[in-house]
Design a binder for this molecule. Structure first.
Ligand code: NDP
Length: 301
């Protein structure tokens, strides 16, 4: 039987550390979350982040400019947040509307308040192995691997996906821990053959159940970052082989969540893997909390 790498116990450890660190501060850390427009998925993510702040006693503030906001208006908003000493962290929820210059907005966030680790200064810190805020999802993946004592050094890690948010930083963190790292993307020929070489396979693609049996070396550790909502019953039945539990869940909710890795194939092939939901997902917000507290600690020291 493969080992299931559940995220919740790791999240609980991180949040417990957060509570202790908050107890050592002279005031509550503060996080400002900027949510542009009314994208329902973004609203759900932001709600989760604000709730996590409330649970921990982090002061949070939600700013909700309309989808018609201009790049200039967003830059002004970020600048005002940069000036406020009680705001330790600023998070601009992605994606921004297409007319907004996302790169300029992310560049405007003061690197000290960049709790997502997206500012080029912090990307540079990550690449050169200097301390600084690390992107939350990849940092969460590393915490998960450490928690379950999955060896990294000397292993061949294959990361599928090269986004600035997940794929690239995950590859950098694995490289720093002495994995031999291959990064794949949509132009990689014979992707399955490359993935099959992986001792440690990270899938951050955004394509439901794309990583099937022939991508997975028997016994490999598989980290599934993907979160894909399937709302077509036939498609859910195909992926889950008509599993009565999953189909009952589909009928209750009108959809099911599927990762980028085929859930049945990974259970047969892998030595250890993260389930979806309940694997990497819970760690992203926990790492955001940790980054916010680190920003407050630095600001108050
Ligand atoms: P992006 O869309 O930004 O990047 C996807 C990457 O996958 C790209 O590099 C793309 O290649 C590559 N890709 C797409 N199709 C293929 C293919 N057929 N073969 C090989 N590579 C392919 O996505 P993100 O990195 O932001 O997110 C990836 C997944 O992770 C999504 O499902 C997202 O929902 C999830 N996610 C989960 C989080 C969590 O908390 N668990 C947090 C963030 C994301 P190319 O560059 O060539 O286009």
């Amino acid at each position: 039987m493969p080992q299931l790498l559940h995220g919740n116990p790791v999240r609980d450890v991180i949040l417990e550390e957060c509570r202790k660190r908050i107890g050592g501060l002279s005031r509550a850390p503060g996080l400002a979350v900027v949510l542009v427009g009314d994208d329902p998925a973004s609203a759900v993510y932001v709600r989760g982040k604000v709730k996590a702040c409330e649970d921990l006693g982090i002061y949070s503030e939600k700013l909700t400019p309309p989808a018609s906001v201009t790049t200039g208006e967003l830059l002004d908003l970020v600048d005002r947040l940069n000036q406020r000493p009680e705001v330790d962290g600023i998070l601009v929820q992605m994606p921004l509307p297409p007319h907004v210059d996302t790169k300029r907005v992310l560049l405007a966030v003061k690197p000290e308040k960049d709790v997502d680790g997206f500012h080029p200064c912090n990307v540079g810190r990550l690449v050169t192995g200097r301390p600084g805020p690390q992107p939350c999802t990849p940092a969460g993946i590393l915490r998960l691997l450490h928690h379950y004592q999955i060896p990294i050094a000397g292993r061949h890690a294959v990361v599928v996906g090269r986004s600035d948010i997940v794929g690239k930083p995950a590859a950098m963190l694995l490289l720093q821990e002495h994995a031999t790292v291959t990064i794949c993307h949509s132009r990689t020929p014979d992707l399955a053959a490359v993935c099959r070489q992986a001792d440690l396979l990270v899938a951050a693609i955004g394509r439901p159940a794309m990583v099937t049996r022939e991508y997975i070396k028997p016994g490999a550790t598989v980290i599934d970052v993907g979160i894909n909502r399937i709302d077509v019953r036939r498609e859910a039945a195909r992926i889950y082989g008509g599993s009565p539990d999953k189909m009952a869940a589909f009928d209750r909710n009108g959809s099911v969540l599927v990762g980028d890795v085929h859930p049945l194939d990974v259970a047969e092939q892998a030595g250890a893997y993260t389930p979806v939901p309940g694997g990497v997902g819970p760690l992203t917000i926990a790492m955001l909390m940790a980054n916010t507290i680190a920003a407050a600690e630095k600001g108050l020291s």
